[in-house]
Ligand binder design. Structure first.
Ligand code: ZN
Length: 282
């Protein structure tokens, strides 16, 4: 080896060392859009807004579907106009926890949806809970049609029976299926996605994606292989414990996303949500 070669090599190593020291070569973690978030205020939030924004920052969360019970938390997230954070507000049809049991035929909730909608920035309604034939009620149909006419998404935590009834109200409905049925077999999820082009599966609490050691299951690897454009990630911060676990929840997502081809992982992590909620005219 000649002396100049050694010098060049030493210089190269020094530059490499500097890059590593500044983090320039560290892999930027995949950005994530959190499509199932509650910033509940009953009557005050568990974490201040600053703390919540810091949690998003440190997890490289660049977008959220913002919902809150009551909707005050969503107003605060929208009003914060945080650089680097895309806030997509959904109307939560609940004032208090007990509304979960009664919202679907309570006229006061129809009024709540109407008055919230006047704010002009909402992109959807939900998350709401509905099971079985309760989805067939007149007020649910009215809400599905209201959403359909205004290009709003529905974010439904429901069983398969209710999901089919919601689409029966309006086959063109656009529905984010919270938890993707929890345990509905992957093959059935595929059939539903194929049958309803307006259906997206949100994956918080979804069973079966990984098996022992955090490895992707064969069923879900195959489903993501053909349908990666149809899934969204979410934290589902419905109780304070989910805020404590937020970093772990995102770490777990990144663990199985890393086992997918980059293109599929990117869609599920953020690309699909960005595609759905991009504002026309911007
Ligand atoms: Zn939820």
């Amino acid at each position: 080896m000649t002396l100049p070669g050694l010098v060049i090599r030493a210089a190269g190593a020094a530059i490499l060392g500097a890059l590593i020291a500044t983090g320039a070569l560290a892999q930027t973690p995949l950005r994530i859009f959190d499509a199932h978030l509650h910033y509940n205020q009953e009557p005050n939030p568990f974490y201040d807004l600053d703390k919540v924004l810091e949690i998003f920052r440190r997890n490289n969360i660049t977008g959220i579907i913002a919902t809150s019970r009551p909707n005050k938390g969503t107003h605060r997230l929208v009003d914060a106009k945080t650089p680097g954070l895309m806030v997509v507000p959904f109307i939560r049809p609940y004032r208090t926890r007990s509304d979960i049991q009664t919202w679907f035929d309570d006229p006061a909730i129809w009024e709540l949806i109407q008055s919230e909608y006047q704010r002009g920035y909402y992109r959807g309604i939900g998350e709401f809970h509905i099971y079985g034939k309760a989805a067939a009620g007149a007020q649910v149909k009215r809400i599905v049609d209201f959403a359909g006419e205004r290009d709003l998404w529905l974010h439904a935590h429901c069983d398969e029976e209710a999901l089919l009834i919601l689409f029966g109200h309006n086959p063109k409905a656009r529905i984010i299926w919270a938890h993707t049925g929890f345990s509905t077999p992957a093959a059935r999820v595929r059939e539903l996605l194929d049958k309803y082009p307006g259906l997206m599966g949100e994956l918080s609490y979804r069973g079966g994606i990984t098996e022992g050691g955090g490895n992707l299951s064969a069923d879900w690897r195959t489903l993501f292989g053909s349908h990666s454009q149809r899934f969204l990630l979410g934290s589902d911060t419905w109780i304070n414990e989910r805020w404590f676990a937020y970093d772990t929840i995102m770490k777990d997502y990144r663990g199985w996303l890393a086992q997918l081809p980059d293109e599929q992982a990117g869609r599920i992590a953020h690309g699909n949500a960005e595609r759905l909620f991009v504002k026309t005219g911007e």
